[in-house]
Write a protein that binds this ligand. Structure first.
Ligand SMILES: Nc1ncnc2c1ncn2[C@@H]1O[C@H](COP(=O)(O)OP(=O)(O)OP(=O)(O)O)[C@@H](O)[C@H]1O
Length: 634
């Protein structure tokens, strides 16, 4: 376990008579010596870690920043052994995968005691056999490290051979948030490896990214295609040029099916053309949860999107990726752990259910769900207009929703994601920009406010919950039009035509919440009208001034009076709603009666609330019992 440095000196320790060493047992003792300036290097792959105790140990360590580097390493090791709550993380399950020990050290610090199935299958063939990999596995199953570990292992080896500082790998992702996240995941395993990771995404300052490029000169560049191509074209850093890119030895395409969608990433086509110029020996990793998923587009979309109407089968899809991403068909492994392409977590992890309702009732059902069930909830909408409206209504109801969509400034997008991660009761209302790849810790519920248009989107959205051995709930709000146009096709592909279980609803609670929702919707409509009117007036005023038109003062004052009437109405309704929100919902003897007694703030956040996932499971087992009884009676 330990390696003692030869050059360091032992120092003698003075023995006082009251130290107890005058005892007969110590007869023959000549002297004591101590060694304090030494270094322990961990070479074993079984390490004691515990996030809680590590924090404790860290705070102890911070008092020692005067010490030499050697001493700090020793105290770290000793601090760990001193902590009572330490937990042994046995790493033997990783042992046969040819992983370099600095990476294993990081994995043990992350408490990742065993590889996930996709990691078990891909890491060894990627490291030892250096094969290209087409990898498909469920959402949240650890695909990032399935390509990340081989990537970092190879780069460590290459660097130790050539010792050159150059761009060695590109990792491409479809969204900015995902690129930033992949960088973080890679950094978590490169901590002791001497491998650097950089990120390039749109929406951030180009100059800042150029500066980082020049300063850090990363070995691995994680990027979205648009900004990457822009920087390559500008040639502002010799680290990222057409030449340096054609010479990379490793290429990763994450969420590959999305990346290869025709017409989506024009820059990616140019980039792939460039990479194909010199592709000999390059190792390519292509991953997604829906890599081999085949599905028919709903009829409505088929009409709109004739290009996509031709349904490829799984094999044809893979052949398309091999060609497009310039993979080596003679040195390639296909690892598909999905069930017929459906990369959704197993039912013991993910509980799927549905509420059938009318379009205009969706707000009510969503409010019902959010009010009764604690947890981090991610709500998906199909369009930005719908998203904005839902956010507004929930804001009026004091639920503090965080929006996330592609038209928001990048900084706000990231800030809202951080806020969502920081609070276990938070609520994010997102477009499909958050559907793929995002790994947010413990999302308890995913709600599809609108039915996703394709099975593929359903898989990715639902996969934001029930990640990495955790459980979660996915709930669809389905109106009759959606049932006919989209749900049927989706259900055929994902659930083999089996109906999803209904989420149990307590009608008395629903009724009690209706008044609030009605008021909130009215407030939202009025607010929308007032804002629209204001921006129309502003526009007119600015343009009238520009054209030196004299405005009609009479009609202007009429407008002002009308709008102040509406503002007053809005304020009155809001006051009424605020009053309602402070009242107990009802004294109903419902399933949730105990939650409703003490007024809104309490029942919404009261402890001991039944989890949504348990409500669905209980309901299912009740139904099974009733069915059994009925069949026994017959
Ligand atoms: N061996 C492991 N043991 C425990 N947790 C792991 C392990 N490998 C990865 N994880 C964690 O699992 C979570 C999901 O991993 P990751 O984001 O790579 O999933 P994914 O398969 O890429 O999902 P998606 O298809 O949604 O993009 C992450 O928080 C990651 O840190």
């Amino acid at each position: 376990m330990s390696n003692v440095h030869k050059s360091i000196q032992w120092k003698s320790v003075a023995i006082e008579s009251n130290d107890g060493f005058t005892d007969k047992d110590f007869d023959g003792l000549v002297a004591f010596e101590e060694l304090s300036d030494y270094c322990i290097q961990k070479s074993d792959i079984s390490v004691k870690t515990d996030p809680k105790t590590k924090k404790k140990c860290k705070s102890k360590k911070s008092n020692t920043n005067q010490k030499s580097e050697n001493e700090i390493q020793v105290s770290e090791a000793m601090d760990n052994s001193d902590c009572d709550e330490t937990r042994e993380v046995s790493m033997h399950l990783w042992q046969n995968l040819c992983i370099a020990s600095p990476i294993l050290r990081s994995l043990s610090e992350l408490s990742f005691s065993r590889p996930t199935p996709i990691q078990s299958k891909s890491i060894r063939v990627a490291i030892e056999d250096k094969l290209d990999i087409l990898g498909a596995a469920q959402t949240g199953s650890g695909k990032t490290l399935a390509f990340g570990i081989p990537l970092v292992t190879h780069i460590m080896n290459d660097k130790s051979e050539d010792g050159v500082c150059k761009l060695r790998a590109l990792v491409l992702t479809p969204t900015r948030e995902l690129a930033i996240q992949v960088k973080k995941h890679l950094e978590a395993i490169t901590k002791y490896c001497g491998v650097s990771v950089g990120v390039i995404v749109g929406g951030m300052s180009v100059q800042k990214q150029e500066r980082i490029l020049k300063k850090v000169r990363p070995d691995i560049m994680v990027a979205t295609p648009g900004r990457l191509w822009e920087l390559i074209e500008q040639q502002s850093s010799d680290h990222l040029t057409r030449e340096s890119v054609t010479r990379i030895k490793y290429l990763v395409i994450d969420e590959a099916d999305r990346m290869a969608e025709r017409g989506h990433f024009k820059d990616l086509v140019q980039l792939m053309d460039l990479l194909r110029v010199k592709s000999t020996g390059r190792q390519t990793f292509v991953f997604s949860a829906t890599l081999t998923l085949t599905y028919s587009l709903p009829n409505r979309l088929k009409m709109k999107n004739k290009n996509k109407a031709n349904k490829l089968n799984g094999k044809q899809k893979l052949a398309k990726f091999v060609e497009f991403f310039g993979m080596r068909s003679d040195a390639m492994e296909v690892i598909d752990l999905t069930e017929q392409g459906v990369g959704i977590p197993e039912s013991k992890q993910l509980t799927e259910c549905k509420i059938n309702c009318m379009a205009e009732e969706k707000d009510l059902y969503l409010y019902y769900f959010l009010s009764l069930f604690k947890g981090r909830t991610l709500v998906f909408c199909n369009s930005k207009d719908c998203l904005r409206r839902v956010v507004n209504v929930l804001k009026i109801l004091d639920l503090k929703p965080l929006p996330l969509h592609s038209s928001m400034p990048q900084k706000r997008r990231l800030a809202n994601l951080e806020k969502f991660e920081a609070n276990s009761e938070s609520l994010l209302i997102a477009s499909d920009v958050a559907a793929r790849g995002l790994d947010i810790t413990h999302v308890d519920h995913v709600v599809h406010y609108q039915i996703p248009r394709t099975a593929e989107i359903y898989v990715h959205r639902s996969g934001r919950t029930a990640r990495a051995f955790n459980t979660g709930l996915s709930l669809m709000l389905c109106e009759p039009k959606e049932e006919a146009n989209y749900y049927k096709e989706l259900s055929k592909t994902i659930h083999k035509g089996n109906r999803l279980q209904d989420f149990p609803i307590d009608k008395s609670v629903l009724k009690a919440l209706k008044q609030r929702i009605d008021l909130a919707q009215k407030c939202d409509q009025l607010d929308h009208k007032i804002r629209k009117e204001r921006s129309r007036e502003d526009w007119f005023r600015v343009n009238a001034k520009k054209c030196e038109i004299l405005s009609d003062t009479e009609s202007e004052s009429d407008d002002a009076e009308e709008s102040s009437k509406e503002v007053r109405r809005f304020k009155a309704m809001k006051k009424q709603l605020q009053f309602l929100l402070k009242q107990p919902v009802s004294q109903t003897k419902s399933l949730y009666a105990h939650l409703l007694k003490s007024g809104s703030t309490n029942w919404m956040h009261s402890k001991g609330t039944k989890r949504a996932i348990d409500v669905v499971k209980d309901n299912k087992s009740k139904r099974v019992k009733v069915k059994k009884l009925k069949s026994q009676e017959q």
